[in-house]
Design a binder for this molecule. Structure first.
Ligand code: PRP
Ligand code: URA
Length: 208
């Protein structure tokens, strides 16, 4: 599995603001959306292009348009919703699927509670988004579910990852490239990423 850390200065600056405990819900949400937009710009860098004939007001010419598979964006509920608009701002024609997955606070195992996808997932490149890759359980389960539903081409995009989560995705989904803005040090005894940014869902939705 290929892991890419997108270390663009704007992303790193915004992530540092998000990590700070005094950053409130409004700013946290806006920063996450902005980072998701910048990450989407980076992960689509190698998308294939083709030339088509067009006519400008001045002349006919050849110009490039996207040529690869259509895109689907799949936020893992709830916190993944915080990255959705940023990606869709960059890829407005993308279809959106939702996978509901929460982490049982005691066992840290993922529990699936919702799945609604476009009917042509097999023909799309799916960008699966979740800000936090901690134990990797939620993302690995979401990717497995999407494969069961027919997905053939997926990219996983997370904001902050723990080494433990990266290992799980590498073992269970070596075919899925992973893009992150930061790889943190470790998980603590409660399964939180250290230093991390706390509970992403709670900080996005103000449910602390
Ligand atoms: C968070 C986060 C991931 C998951 C990561 O979701 O958004 O989905 O935890 O942890 P893992 O890698 O150990 O599975 P949470 O379960 O808190 O649900 P929420 O998004 O609804 O807040
Ligand atoms: N989920 C979060 O929201 N934060 C963590 O640090 C780990 C899991």
């Amino acid at each position: 599995m290929k892991v890419t850390v997108i270390d663009h200065p704007l992303i790193q600056h915004k992530l540092t603001l998000m990590r700070q405990k005094d950053t409130g819900t409004k700013d946290f949400r806006e920063l996450l959306e902005e980072i998701a937009m910048l990450m989407a710009y980076e992960i689509t860098r190698d998308f294939p292009l083709k030339e088509i004939e067009i006519e400008t007001p001045v002349t006919k010419c050849k110009a490039k348009v996207l040529a690869g598979k259509k895109v689907g964006v799949v936020p893992i509920l709830r916190a993944g919703l915080g990255m959705l608009n940023g990606v869709v701002n960059m890829i407005p024609a993308a279809r959106v699927g939702h996978v509901g997955m929460y982490r049982d606070p005691k066992t840290l195992k993922p529990v699936e509670y919702y799945c609604k996808l476009p009917n042509d997932v097999a023909e799309r490149t799916l960008i699966v988004v979740d800000p936090m890759l901690a134990t990797g359980g939620s993302a690995a389960a979401a990717l497995s579910l999407l494969k069961e539903k027919g997905a053939k081409s997926m990219i996983l995009m997370c904001l902050v990852a723990a080494p433990e989560g990266i290992k799980v995705i590498n073992e269970e989904h070596p075919d899925v490239p992973l893009y992150v803005a930061a790889i943190d040090e470790k998980l603590n005894e409660k399964g939180y990423i250290v230093p991390g940014l706390g509970d992403a869902g709670d900080r996005i939705f103000g449910t602390l």
